[in-house]
Design a binder for this molecule. Structure first.
Ligand SMILES: [Zn+2]
Length: 309
C-alpha cells in the first residue's frame, strides 16, 4: 500500500495498458477504529484482492465495505472475490451492471469509523459513475471522471459529452478547493482546481476545433480526426473517432450540426478507423476494457457532418 494521507492508501492493480495507464488504482480508507473501506477492487486478479486483505490484516484492520466507482471491467470484477474473502458488502450506484449488496445515491453517506464518504452521482464517462468525497480530508475519489494523467475517454453509447461537462463544472464549483483527487488511474492530484480547469478547457477546445472544421464544409469523422488529432499517434485514432462522435451527438441534439450521406465511400484506412474491431484490436488482451471505455463494439457512423446555419 502506498500511503497518500492519514486515512488513504493506494493499491495499484497489475493491469497496465493503453486505457489503464499504470493499472487501475484501488484505494483503502482507514476509519481509525479497525475498519477499512476498499474502493475499486479492480480486475479479477486473485493476487490483487489478496493484497487488499493482507494490507488490512497487517494493520489489525478489516475491510467492512467495498465501494465501486463504476461498472467498467478494469474497476469492478474484483468486487465479488474481495467480498468473498472479507464478507464485506459491495456498494455501488443503483444502476451498476454487476452484483452489489447496497447502493449509494447522490448525497448519501457511508460511515467508516470516524470518517464518512459522501456519494456524488457523476455521470458522463459512464452512466453509473459515483465519486466519493472523504469529507474530513477534503479528498475526492473520482474513478475515471478525473485521471492522474491526461484526460479520460467519453465514448458513446455509455459516455455522454454534455452530461460529462456538467459533472466537471459541478466538481469544480463545489470541490475546486479540495485538497486531493485520487483518480482511477495515474498519480494523485494535489491541485484539484487546476486539473478541473484543464479538463473543462480541454473539452471546450476540442469542440471549437470541430466547429472550426465544419465551418468550412461538411466533414466525415475520419476527416475530423485527421485534422484535429494530428498530435496523437494514429493507432489511437479509432478512440479519437469515438470522442469526436460524442461531440457530434451533442451538437446534433442541440440542432447545431446535421448529418448527411458522405459524398464518397470511405477509403480502407477510414473504414478501419470507423470499425477498428475488424482489424488487429480483436486480439488485444485488454479488449474488454477497450470495448467498455471506447464503445468500440459499435461501428462509428459513416456520415458527413455540417453546421446547420
Ligand atoms: Zn471507465
Amino acid at each position: 500500500v502506498v500511503t497518500l494521507s492519514p486515512r488513504v492508501g493506494r493499491l495499484r492493480a497489475p493491469n497496465p495498458g493503453p486505457m489503464t495507464l499504470d493499472g487501475t488504482n484501488g484505494y483503502v480508507v482507514d476509519g481509525g477504529d479497525g475498519t477499512w473501506v476498499a474502493i475499486d477492487p479492480g480486475p479479477d486478479e486473485p493476487a490483487h484482492q489478496a493484497a487488499f486483505v493482507q494490507a488490512a490484516n497487517e494493520r489489525g484492520a478489516r475491510i467492512t465495505a467495498i465501494l465501486v466507482t463504476h461498472g467498467h471491467p478494469d474497476h469492478f470484477p474484483g468486487a465479488a472475490p474481495l467480498a468473498h474473502l472479507t464478507g464485506a458488502p459491495v456498494v455501488a450506484h443503483p444502476d451498476a451492471p454487476f452484483p452489489h449488496d447496497r447502493t449509494l445515491r447522490e448525497g448519501e453517506r457511508l460511515r467508516v469509523g470516524g470518517a464518512s464518504l459522501l456519494a456524488l452521482e457523476a455521470p458522463g464517462h459512464a452512466r453509473d459513475h459515483l465519486v466519493f468525497v472523504l469529507e474530513d480530508e477534503a479528498a475526492l475519489f473520482t474513478g475515471d471522471v478525473i485521471l492522474g494523467t491526461g484526460t479520460t475517454a467519453i465514448a458513446p453509447p455509455g459516455g455522454d459529452m454534455r452530461v460529462y461537462q456538467r459533472t466537471l463544472h459541478r466538481l469544480r464549483d463545489e470541490y475546486g478547493d479540495a485538497r486531493a483527487i485520487y483518480g482511477g488511474h495515474g498519480p494523485e492530484i494535489r491541485a484539484p482546481r487546476a486539473t478541473l480547469d484543464y479538463y473543462i478547457a480541454h473539452r471546450e477546445e476540442r469542440e471549437r476545433a470541430i466547429l472550426a472544421q465544419l465551418s468550412v464544409g461538411a466533414r466525415t469523422i475520419p476527416q475530423l480526426v485527421a485534422a484535429i488529432y494530428v498530435d496523437v499517434p494514429q493507432r489511437m485514432w479509432p478512440a479519437a473517432a469515438r470522442q469526436v462522435l460524442a461531440y457530434l451527438i451533442a451538437l446534433q441534439r442541440e440542432g447545431r450540426v446535421r448529418s448527411q450521406p458522405p459524398d464518397r465511400p470511405p477509403t480502407d484506412e477510414e473504414r478501419a478507423l470507423l470499425a477498428p474491431l475488424r482489424g488487429r484490436l480483436v486480439d488485444d488482451p485488454a479488449r474488454a476494457v477497450v470495448l467498455a471505455e471506447l464503445g468500440l463494439d459499435q461501428a462509428t457512423p459513416d456520415q458527413a457532418y455540417a453546421l446547420t446555419s
